[in-house]
Design a protein around this ligand. Sequence first.
Ligand SMILES: [Zn+2]
Length: 423
Amino acid sequence: MLDRLLILWHFAATRWLPSPGPRTRERRLRRFLTKVRRESPFYAGLKTEWPILTKSEFLDHFGELNRHRFSLEEATAVALRAERERDFRPELPGGVTVGLSSGTSGTRHVFLLGRSERCRWAGQMFARTLAPESLKQILNPFAPALRLSFFLRASSNLYTTLASRRVAFDYFDLTRPFADLMRELVASPPDVLIAPATVLVEIARARPSISPRQILSVAEVLDTRDRAVVEAAFGVPVAEIYQATEGFLGSSCRAGRIHLNEETLRIEPLWIDESHGRFHPVITDFSRTTQWFVRHRLNDVLRIDATPCPCGRKTTSLIAIEGRAEEVLWLPDGQGGLAAVFPDTVRQAIYSLAIPPERYRIEQHGLRWEVRMSGGDETGIGAALARLVDGLALTKPEIVFLPWTEQPAAEKQKRIRCLAKPE
Ligand SMILES: [Zn+2]
């Protein structure tokens, strides 16, 4: 009951109250930092500036960066057992939920959330994503419960926090055969369909007879063509949720832009390409109390939209989440250095072809780019990539075509990946 009220409060505050101004946010941030310094042994002796932490540094000091002092081994063991037994209910002592997010390079990231943080997450998630019609359905006691269908690699207590008498939660386990999942999906058609971008595309291709009112893309980069395929199949716009181990980072507004959740996050840009607005975010989440994220550097490449958003929200909005750092390809610039080829430009080059491939994957191994694809024509793609590299005035890589192979469905799908930079 208390949980429900808490969710409701966060829902109402996020949806209807004016968002806190810069002064209020600054005050909350300072209060948060004072508290962290007092409670975390990691920051206790801090004399100078707060250091920027990478993911691996954060994991190295896992035990000193959560208030219960759970060790990484302890937390990982609970999470792994849940994953193995496909039972995502177990918690650590004190009602702490453990989640596991599968990294792309085989690294696992563990996150901890207390009960009240779960409720905050659920309230904010509903507030930011539910369309007015979906909200009306929840509030109307004579209408059927709002049905949310999640396609994910692993469920979590976090997601089931969303379930109630008025909200039905169906979890579709991506480690099971896809055809079975499609049958079950048709048997209980969702009002809101939630899945990683590439899974949404597969669902669209399977053409199940469902007509969701809302579609949300999570966990992966949603590129323009994926979006078009899904929107054409179901006739509704796809909204994006930007979430990571570090929390609920942002979501699309009704104008279609992704806003960063600066109501509870401070985001410092670490510029990669300032003239085009590309940066890695360094985040401090001053709403988290179980785990402390202070100046946490993410590998994502975000692209800022400097113009005010027509929706009226003042928070920073993005042109795109372009990808993770490992999706950036690198080539010699002819002056002894390396220059970036951003994933977004690669996707554009491919999708601008007369016959784009149905599926493709590009892997960089030094000066060799391995391209796998189904559909499309090799000459066209080869020429498009060469043109792209030429336009950037970089050294051309050797482009090699290999037969298409599927990536396991339970893995995060990466279409563009740099496995090794050129020497
Ligand atoms: Zn907006």
